[in-house]
Every structure is written in C-alpha cells, then in structure tokens.
Ligand binder design. Structure first.
Ligand SMILES: [Zn+2]
Length: 154
C-alpha cells in the first residue's frame, strides 16, 4: 500500500513534488502529512489507511497549489481551514471522476493523432528496407499516447 505512493512525483505549477512515505509522522509529530517548499518533498505517514493516505496527499498538494499560485505570504488566503475544505472536495472529485481525457487535450483529436502515426509508419515503409524497428517504435509511441504517458511527444 505504501509503496504505490512512495517516490511518486506530481507537478504543481512549475515545480515537481515527490512523495516520501515516512514512519511515525503521526506518532512523533502529530502530523499525517507535511509539505516542504525547500526540497519539494511531501511526507506522508505510512501507517494511514489507503483513503486517508490519499486524502492527506491531496491536502498537501492543495497547500502546494496555494504556494505555487503565489499565496505563500498571504495570511488571508490559503489558511489551514481553507486547504482542509478544498482538499477534501478535491480528493473526492479526483477519486470519483475519470480525468484521463484531459491529458490528451493539447495533442489534437484522436483521429488526427492516429492519422499522424499512420503517416509515420507509411513513411518508414517507403523509405527503409528494414522498417520493422521504426514501425515498432511508432506503434509504441502511439500506445504510450493512448495510455496518456508523458514521453509520447519526444
Ligand atoms: Zn495542512
């Protein structure tokens, strides 16, 4: 349970935050989670149940959102109470809806994307005596696109 979150990174604004599962955070510091803006590490107690762990993760990411939005020194916006309320709603919203479609929004419509990949394969077929590695690579990129993975555009 704990390994699935450990070392995961989340981009908030222009910073990447890394999750670090920590033993005894609640016991020693009475904290379920903590976000650091110097090392961009989000520490979460590894003894929490899965739903609480995820809620704490979203809570700390909500703190990070206020930080990245420039509210770091604002004592009126981004209070613990606001982060708490927003974090709980955000956790439920992210869990109970599928946002996968958003990932591909800057890559054009699916049919156009498929056409572009097929064009690529066609070019390889015509230009190379041994097109198989190129076709394999192109199909791998298409699969990665379909899965919404990040390295699809390189
Ligand atoms: Zn907090």
């Amino acid at each position: 349970m704990t390994q699935s979150l450990h070392n995961r990174t989340f981009r908030v604004g222009s910073n990447d935050y890394t999750i670090e599962m920590v033993n005894g955070l609640v016991r020693r510091h009475d904290l379920a989670g903590q976000v650091g803006y110097d090392d961009n590490v989000i520490k979460i107690d590894d003894a929490l149940c899965k739903s609480r762990m995820h809620e704490v993760m979203v809570h700390e990411l909500t703190h990070a959102m206020f930080e990245e939005a420039g509210y770091a020194d604002d004592d009126k916006i981004g209070s613990e109470d606001e982060v708490n309320r927003l974090g709980k709603v955000l956790h439920g919203m992210l869990r109970d809806n599928d946002f996968g479609f958003i990932r591909g929004e800057d890559r054009g419509r699916p049919a156009e994307i498929l056409d572009a990949f097929l064009q690529d394969i066609d070019t390889h077929l015509r230009a190379t005596p041994d097109p198989l590695p190129y076709i394999r690579e192109t199909m791998w990129r298409y699969w990665a696109y379909k899965e919404g993975m990040e390295h699809v555009d390189e």
